[in-house]
Structures are given as structure tokens and as C-alpha cells.
Design a protein around this ligand. Structure first.
Ligand SMILES: Nc1ncnc2c1ncn2[C@@H]1O[C@H](COP(=O)(O)OP(=O)(O)OP(=O)(O)O)[C@@H](O)[C@H]1O
Ligand SMILES: [Mg+2]
Length: 251
């Protein structure tokens, strides 16, 4: 069997006594779209932080494209083609929208000059629907537009793998449909995607496989239809509302 694109082996991250991520092992193959779900505080963002080098692992190993990358620095992750969006978006407020995206390209070493980075930034901004706001200061953007900016910035890093941390939170229904379309298009360009998302419509609409985290541990893994039937997942995360809706649909 060939090496997966990303391999996690017993990855842990503790904060003092808090076991935010505990012995997580998983393989992500090139070309997959994988959903990562779980209740608030389950460890989803922490796992992304550890994979992309924002936090050190307390234990375990991470391999990307067959190379050991445990505890790499964030810029090394970006250069290797592993980029992520932030759940709490923090653009450089005084820079324009275009400059923010260009900074992403330069950070990942994917532009040879500032000029090239600015040109590439505009293309990515057009792609996410911010073409009219390229010269606006980032501080003036609405939350949905900040989420789009965050996506454009991560795309400017020309990722092989993109980790999306609640990139659709706060969007309305038509904005979510647009985001789904964008994410499918990014995947069609060959980018492997891990998507963290509380909106089940989005997770189920996109993912070929779902990983479920609970109290830092990987408690379930499978095809979306199997995850929906998993009693432990319903109990820990999807909750009564979802279970009742399923019963209603069956009766
Ligand atoms: N920098 C930190 N210092 C201390 N504890 C932290 C830190 N970051 C996260 N934690 C703790 O680790 C646990 C996992 O948090 P994390 O943010 O990874 O969860 P999450 O699954 O992303 O939740 P949400 O769905 O609310 O975004 C929580 O108990 C959280 O309080
Ligand atoms: Mg989170």
C-alpha cells in the first residue's frame, strides 16, 4: 500500500491536565475530502494546530508525503503545501484585502516577488468572489467576506492539502451554497481537504469520509451515512434533535 498524503500516528496534545488531543491515528489519502466533526472542545482546532505546526505535539508522529514533519514550523508546513484557515479570522487590518492574500503567498514561498504575489492574490480573490474589494482595507470586511479572504489567503499558498476550520460559520444559506461550490471546485483542482464544520448540511454534502473527535479521541470514522447511524456519534454530538428527525423519517 502506498503512503497516504497525511498520516497521524498516536498524535496527542495536552495543555497541563487537559488532554485536548489524545492518541489520534488517521490516514488521509490524496484527493479525499474528509470531514472532522465533534462537540465544542473536542480537540478539532487543536489537531489542526498540531498538524500545521502552530502547536507542538505532546506525543506521536506526523508524516506528510512520506516525510516526518512532527513539530514543523508553520512556515515549513505552508511551504510543504499544508495550509489551513483559522477559525478566528485575523487579517492584517491596515493592509488591503489584496495585500493580505499576497502575504500568504510570500509566507509559503509560492511567489518570487511582491509583484507576482499581488497578481496571484487578485486571481484568488476573484475566485472567492472578493474581486471588487481587492483594494479595501481588510478591517472593513464583513464576517462572511473575512471568511472568503481567509480562504483566498490559504489558496495563495498553493496547498496540496487544505485544512478548513469552520470556514462557513456565520454564513447564510445562499452563502453556504456558494461556499460548497467553491470547496468542490478547489477539490476538483486536486487539493485534498479536511473540513471542520458544525453545519451537517456542509459536512454531509462534501465529505467522502468523516472522522469524529470526542474528548480528544477519535471515536468514530466512516462514510457519512454510517456516521449518521452511529449511536455513539448521535449521543455525543448529533443529539436528540437529529435522532428524532431520523425516527420521524423512518415512521
Ligand atoms: N492554547 C490552549 N491552552 C489551553 N487549553 C487549550 C488551548 N487550546 C485549546 N485548549 C483546550 O483544548 C480543548 C480542545 O479545544 P479545541 O479548540 O481544539 O476544540 P474544538 O473541537 O476546536 O472546539 P470548537 O468546536 O468549539 O471550535 C478544550 O478543552 C480547550 O479548552
Ligand atoms: Mg475549533
Amino acid at each position: 500500500m502506498s503512503a497516504p498524503l497525511l498520516e497521524l500516528t498516536n498524535v496527542s496534545r495536552h495543555f497541563g491536565g487537559v488532554r485536548a488531543v489524545q492518541n489520534v491515528s488517521a490516514r488521509i489519502e490524496a484527493g479525499e475530502i474528509v470531514g472532522l466533526i465533534g462537540p465544542n472542545g473536542a480537540g478539532k482546532t487543536t489537531l489542526v494546530n498540531v498538524i500545521t505546526g502552530a502547536h507542538r505535539a505532546t506525543g506521536g508522529e506526523i508524516h506528510f508525503m512520506g516525510e516526518r514533519v512532527t513539530n514543523q514550523k508553520p512556515y515549513q508546513a505552508a511551504r510543504r503545501g499544508l495550509s489551513r484557515t483559522f477559525q478566528i479570522v485575523q487579517p492584517f487590518p491596515s493592509m488591503t484585502v489584496r495585500e493580505n492574500v499576497a502575504a500568504g503567498a510570500l509566507f509559503a514561498g509560492k511567489a518570487i516577488s511582491r509583484r507576482a504575489a499581488m497578481d496571484a492574490a487578485e486571481a484568488h480573490l476573484n475566485f472567492v468572489g472578493l474581486g471588487k474589494l481587492v483594494d479595501a482595507p481588510a478591517s472593513t470586511l464583513t464576517l462572511p467576506n473575512r471568511k472568503r479572504l481567509e480562504l483566498a489567503k490559504s489558496l495563495a499558498m498553493r496547498p496540496r492539502m487544505l485544512l478548513l476550520d469552520e470556514v462557513n460559520a456565520g454564513l447564510n444559506l445562499s452563502e453556504i451554497d456558494e461556499a460548497l461550490r467553491l470547496i468542490r471546485e478547489i477539490a476538483a483542482q486536486g487539493v485534498t481537504i479536511i473540513i471542520i464544520e458544525h453545519l451537517m448540511k456542509v459536512v454531509l454534502g462534501l465529505s467522502q469520509r468523516i472522522l469524529v473527535l470526542h474528548h480528544g479521541e477519535l471515536t468514530a470514522e466512516g462514510a457519512p451515512e454510517d456516521i449518521l447511524e452511529d449511536e455513539r456519534v448521535i449521543e455525543a454530538y448529533l443529539g436528540d434533535r437529529f435522532a428524532k428527525r431520523r425516527q420521524g423519517a423512518q415512521s
